[in-house]
Design a protein around this ligand. Structure first.
Ligand code: HEC
Ligand code: HEC
Ligand code: HEC
Ligand code: HEC
Ligand code: HEC
Length: 483
């Protein structure tokens, strides 16, 4: 025992390492145990264990061993050289001493390896977790985390899309991740984060781990609910059959919306940095047939030098971070009853309240409640005194619509981030390419025929039972055929 203590205390290095290790070991062991049991849920806890205490512990062990082997007292230098071992082996009485030394060194090396292994493995997993990605850099990632939690992908870990398989994206992601950590520490990150994001950009293969457009087929019925800004908050519906189509598979032809991602042809384009302005589209068909659609007249915005091959993100840029516009955000609350639609003028008043500018989410929460309660107190005092519960529910719904989509701290307002799977404004979404300004040599434009992408069964009609809507549509179609 005294031998062991001597071994460690021969240099100041090892002594320091020994003290550090002695303090850290129990704390670390208990922390890891608590973490594995899921007792402590705070994301900073993981950071502390795996990225601070873990590496420190490893360092302390290295100090102990390094100190003992290399910074010992003069006479101990060269303890493990071959000559020394030969000499020691040659002296019969000392054989046990060298064995002890080798044994201690082996044991310490083994222990270090195990601990280094566990710490890096768990540390690595920690940096891959949703907790690390989203909650550690809370303010920066909050908008993405909140929208993600409300989306269809809320159970898909961030890294599945942002890193995916393959070492190339892995290294790109870790490097840019490290840069981002510094940006957060130095408070130098951009607000809002500019898109498209390059190093962490999800690629086609990551989506295709779960979705395979070549086997999609057929059409899909979309029902969109909207509420008007009148006293009754009139409920309207738009019903579309979206031509989801397919990328073509085992002899089946690529068709419909997912025709773009078929293996049989390539759609490439030249665009501005944010990809909202497209200057040239090239379609390469089978047998090298090539059609180039060029923007007529002068190009109005600077475009990137590199052609981009169209992939999922050119339409699905918001598959999970879905930021709604104010109207649709309220419609979503009204259709589920989170905001009771029987309150007169609630759509109009809530829209006015949530589209004001607020410096923070806290002031918005208070401001929205104040504005709505004041207005109803003035204009519908009976409602406030008789059915205050209903109004409180509406206030909560309006606040949620705001909190889920607007993040003043990151300069994210209504419509800061927009989806490409739409054509809300001229030249937006699909209409970035499907427009009249891009023309081929022989003067053709990319189709804007409404029926190429969807069949509209009802546009802003009164909300009814879906069977009635379908029967009416079928009747109208039969009428057209008979003409
Ligand atoms: C279903 C796939 C998917 C998942 C899961 C996902 N993201 Fe994203 N994320 C995307 C796509 C696609 C973009 C847009 C890329 C672009 O425009 O270049 C994006 C963009 C971002 C951006 C840039 C800002 C923005 O809103 O465009 C951040 C930050 C981000 N994601 C963080 C996260 C975090 C944190 C998580 C986990 C909580 C996460 N992502 C989960 C697909 C995903
Ligand atoms: C780990 C598996 C996984 C990955 C990776 C993934 N998704 Fe999904 N995706 C899902 C699941 C699960 C759903 C939900 C299906 C449902 O609710 O019916 C979904 C739903 C969708 C939907 C329908 C959305 C909606 O609101 O109904 C779209 C579009 C979509 N994903 C696109 C993408 C794109 C684009 C990517 C690549 C950036 C991607 N997904 C990556 C699993 C995944
Ligand atoms: C040309 C634009 C475009 C491209 C490229 C595209 N999609 Fe889509 N996709 C759409 C539209 C539009 C819809 C239907 C409307 C919606 O979901 O918003 C859709 C629907 C989907 C759905 C939901 C299908 C369902 O039955 O609910 C999934 C999943 C999906 N796409 C995955 C992908 C994947 C994966 C890729 C890349 C390999 C891809 N898409 C490429 C435009 C596109
Ligand atoms: C980067 C440019 C680009 C964007 C963005 C784009 N498209 Fe296209 N799309 C094309 C080109 C090019 C064609 C082929 C035109 C031709 O046949 O000459 C096409 C053809 C189509 C077709 C017909 C496919 C077939 O069966 O022949 C559909 C449907 C379609 N697009 C839907 C969409 C939808 C929906 C969106 C938006 C979500 C969209 N496109 C966005 C370039 C684009
Ligand atoms: C290039 C494909 C394409 C063409 C051409 C096109 N649309 Fe659309 N349209 C879409 C997509 C994609 C959506 C969004 C579906 C979604 O929200 O998921 C949409 C949505 C709509 C909606 C529902 C609006 C809403 O609230 O989301 C209406 C109405 C509509 N389109 C009308 C038209 C009309 C009218 C035309 C012809 C002048 C037309 N579209 C041409 C792709 C197209």
């Amino acid at each position: 025992m005294t031998g062991l203590i001597n071994f460690f205390t021969r240099s100041r290095c090892s002594l320091l390492g020994g003290i550090m290790a002695g303090v850290l070991l129990p704390v670390l062991a208990i922390s890891i145990l608590l973490d594995m049991q899921g007792v402590v849920q705070n994301p900073y806890f993981g950071f502390l264990i795996y990225l601070v205490m873990g590496p420190l512990f490893v360092l302390s062990l290295l100090l102990v061993i390094g100190g003992a082997l290399f910074c010992g007292k003069k006479e101990d230098i060269g303890r493990l050289t071959v000559e020394y071992i030969k000499e020691e082996l040659a002296r019969p009485g000392h054989f046990t001493r060298i064995r002890k030394l080798i044994f201690i060194t082996a044991l310490l090396t083994f222990l270090t390896l195990v601990i280094v292994g566990v710490v890096t493995y768990t540390g690595f997993h920690y940096t891959e977790s949703v907790g690390f990605c989203a909650q550690f850099c809370h303010r920066v990632m909050e908008p993405e985390y909140v929208t993600y939690k409300n989306s269809a992908h809320s159970q898909v870990p961030c890294v599945k899309c942002h890193i995916g398989a393959g070492s190339e994206w892995f290294t790109k992601a870790k490097f840019s991740g490290a840069r981002q950590l510094f940006a957060v520490l130095l408070d130098s990150y951009e607000r809002p984060i500019a898109t498209p994001i390059d190093a962490l950009r999800p690629e086609r293969a990551t989506c295709e781990g779960c979705h395979r457009p070549e086997v999609f087929h057929g059409d899909k019925l979309y029902v969109k609910d909207t509420f008007q800004e009148d006293e009754q908050n009139t409920h309207l519906q738009t019903v579309l059959v979206m031509r989801i189509g397919s990328g073509g598979y085992s002899g089946r032809q690529a068709q419909g919306i997912h025709w773009h991602v078929s293996e049989d042809h390539r759609v490439t384009y030249l665009a501005s940095r944010d990809r909202n302005y497209i200057a040239r589209v090239t379609l390469e068909g089978p047998e090298g047939r090539k059609t180039v659609y060029r923007r007529q007249g002068e190009t109005q915005e600077p475009v990137e030098q590199k052609e981009r091959l169209m992939d999922c993100m050119d339409c699905h840029n918001r598959p999970t971070h879905v930021f709604l516009d104010a109207g649709p955000a309220l419609d979503a609350k009204l259709v589920t009853g989170a905001i009771p639609p029987e309150i007169p003028y609630i759509k109009r008043q809530a829209l006015a309240a949530i589209t004001r500018e607020y410096p923070s989410q806290e002031t918005a929460t208070r401001g929205i409640a104040q504005e709505l309660m004041d207005w109803y107190r003035q204009n519908y005092p009976d409602l406030v005194s008789g059915r205050e519960e209903l109004l409180k529910e509406a206030v909560l719904g309006a606040q949620q619509a705001y909190l889920e989509n607007v993040f003043p701290e990151m300069n994210i307002s209504w419509r800061t981030y927009q989806s490409f799977t739409c054509h809300q404004a001229e030249g937006s979404g699909c209409y970035r390419c499907h427009n009249d300004s891009l023309r081929s040599e022989d003067g053709r434009a990319i189709s804007q025929d409404c029926n190429v992408c969807h069949v509209i069964l009802l546009e802003n009609g009164p909300a009814r039972d879906i069977r009635e809507i379908l029967q009416n549509a079928a009747g109208a179609a039969r009428g057209n055929n008979n003409e």
